[in-house]
Write a protein that binds this ligand. Structure first.
Ligand code: ADP
Length: 196
């Protein structure tokens, strides 16, 4: 199974990504987590990454590609992946598609998780109280939504055009969202998907 989760901040990519990876026995590749790990390591590259993340700006494509492509190649050789937060710009999507062609693999589906911005903002502010992520402040959250709309939004049309987009309502409890994803995948909304 090879899936991409495309979603605005707070929609539950991380939670659903973990569950889907366990369900299909493939690797969960969370771009934000990989980048945060590098930032925490405090290397010069990590310090650069931390700056972008704290401001709610995207990390430049080349940095992301250099970090994520080897991980995707490795996972592709071991049964697949749930991509969570990568690609999230058109240049990243193009590079990922070229890589796929080279490896002779294609995405089975792109799952677009959507919910009203007010709901997502409340979730992120609640999470801030628990996890203390430096980008979960009201101002930075607002900026992340803007970046999502401007830079990641075009990927919705890109994957719809490729005939692999499925849309799932993320304004429901986590179990219902998981069920919604599994049902969207198994109902053959994307022709390439078969059970398992
Ligand atoms: P969210 O989707 O809730 O913003 P993530 O953990 O997925 O949370 O991403 C957090 C931050 O990590 C982003 O605001 C951005 O700075 C960086 N990031 C994650 N994935 C990418 C990516 N594919 N390209 C560029 N930056 C990214």
């Amino acid at each position: 199974m090879r899936l991409l989760l495309l979603a605005p901040p707070g929609a539950g990519k991380g939670t659903q990504g973990e569950r889907l990876a366990a369900r299909f026995g493939v690797r969960h590749i969370a771009a934000g987590d990989q980048l945060r790990a590098e930032a925490r390591a405090g290397t010069p590259l990590g310090r650069q990454i931390a700056g972008f993340q704290e401001r709610g700006d995207l990390v430049p494509d080349q940095i992301v590609l250099d970090m994520l492509i080897p991980v995707v190649v490795e996972a592709a050789a071991h049964g697949g992946y749930i991509l969570d937060g990568f690609p999230r710009t058109l240049p990243q999507a193009t590079a990922a598609a070229e890589l796929g062609a080279r490896l002779d693999v294609t995405l089975d589906a792109t799952v677009y998780l959507h919910a009203p911005e007010t709901v997502l903002t409340q979730r992120l502010l609640a999470r801030a109280a628990q996890e203390g992520r430096t980008d979960d402040t009201a101002d930075v959250i607002r900026h992340r939504f803007q970046v999502f709309a401007e830079t990641t939004g075009p990927l919705i049309a890109y994957y719809r055009g490729r005939g692999i987009l499925v849309e799932v309502d993320a304004d429901q409890p986590p179990d219902s969202v998981t069920a919604g994803i599994e049902s969207a995948l198994s109902h053959g909304e994307t022709p390439r998907i078969r059970s398992g």
